[in-house]
Design a protein around this ligand. Structure first.
Ligand code: NAD
Length: 337
């Protein structure tokens, strides 16, 4: 997994950007199950000059000491506790947030709401005060509520730019690519399945009809595949039996999304990722679709594209759940002090 991300992302980046300005990336929750391998992958990117690791865990200086011995060019800094978050995000270009508790068997992502949304809001408040121009990606669950909550915090600070706030759903794409490749005997690296909607259960909508290369399945196989993608996170939660949720595949997906944001800031054309963003594509005020990311964030939303009848039904089924998740997050953000 790690060697793949290095080959596809880091080596390309070395060729294209080694003489250009390096960027600062801040990982909030950088000492956790996702945060550590994510930071390991980001430490290997030559387009990141400064990597700031923020967490409340006392192990953080140790994680940073460990990373700092790698003979890659970026500098890594340690920032522990909310009082030190300002330094972590000062002059940062990109903030990526995997802070918060993961699911245990039997829990939904929404069960994490009470703990995680206030963690995300605490972080976003400081980001809005200190680094209002940064591109921000939120990994912490429930993503469907965390992004609208973060938007409300930034609105209160008068710095909300919907083009710069992203919910990271890349793991759903990565999983879909892999599962389709397995079923069709393809190379996973050659498959690209757009996944739209949100990031929980029925709100995760893989668009198999728009996959490249073009693939088709009998309806019963398609339904099973779609359910597997929607419940893939739970597959990992159950297999880890109480020890958390996806960390390594999430770090891989999170590194892909973070480096895409960095490439966009550096002016690379055609940086396209699916992401959960403020949206007018459906009735849902936040919705994931493929977006073109540029220097200042989202430049174009590609919308839904042509959906099959089955995918249209999936969108219809997702909207009530999304509406409730979004309202809950936005209400929390509005009342947050
Ligand atoms: P973890 O418990 O292993 O790590 C979380 C880290 O956050 C810890 O280091 C912890 O100290 C830190 N943290 C807690 N409170 C904090 C605060 N107030 N400020 C800064 N840091 C704080 O959990 P994990 O497995 O890394 O998962 C992190 C989050 O990512 C969870 O909410 C999980 O549900 C979510 N997740 C999202 C996706 C996705 O696709 N978007 C996939 C998997 C997991």
């Amino acid at each position: 997994m790690f060697s793949k991300v290095l080959n596809t992302i880091v080596q390309q980046s070395t060729r294209q950007y080694s003489c250009k300005k390096g960027l600062k990336v801040t990982v909030c929750g950088g000492s956790g199950g996702i945060g550590q391998p994510l930071s390991l992958l980001l430490k290997q990117s030559p387009i990141i000059k400064d990597l700031a690791i923020y967490d409340i865990a006392p192990v953080t200086p140790g994680v940073v000491a460990d990373l700092s011995h790698m003979d890659t060019n970026s500098n890594v800094t340690s920032h522990v506790g909310l009082d030190n978050l300002k330094d972590a995000v000062a002059n940062t270009d990109v903030v990526i947030v995997p802070a918060g508790i993961p699911r245990k068997p039997g829990m939904t992502r929404d069960d994490l709401f009470n703990t995680n949304i206030s963690i995300v809001c605490d972080i976003i408040k400081v980001v809005g005060q200190v680094a209002p121009n940064a591109l921000v990606g939120i990994i912490s669950n429930p993503v469907n509520s965390a992004v609208p909550a973060a938007a409300e915090i930034l609105k209160k600070l008068n710095v909300y730019d919907p083009k710069k706030l992203f919910g990271v759903t890349t793991l759903d794409i990565v999983r879909s690519n892999r599962f389709v490749a397995e079923l069709k005997g393809l190379q996973a690296s050659e498959v690209n399945v757009p996944v739209i909607g949100g990031h929980s259960g029925v709100t995760i909508i893989p668009l198999i009809s728009q996959a490249t290369p073009n693939v088709s399945f009998e309806q019963d196989v398609l339904v099973k595949l779609t359910k597997r993608i929607q419940e893939a996170g739970t597959e990992v939660v159950q297999a880890k039996a109480g020890a958390g949720s996806a960390t390594l595949s999430m770090a891989y997906a999170g590194a892909r999304f973070t480096i895409s944001m960095c490439k966009a800031i550096l002016g690379e054309p055609n940086v396209i990722e699916c992401s959960y963003v403020e949206s007018t594509v459906t009735d849902s005020p936040f919705f994931s679709t493929p977006v073109l990311i540029g220097k200042n964030g989202i430049e174009k939303n590609f919308g839904l594209g042509k959906l099959s009848d089955y995918e249209n039904e999936l969108v219809k089924a997702a909207l009530p759940e999304l509406a409730s998740n979004i309202k809950k997050g936005a209400d929390f953000g509005k009342n947050y002090k």
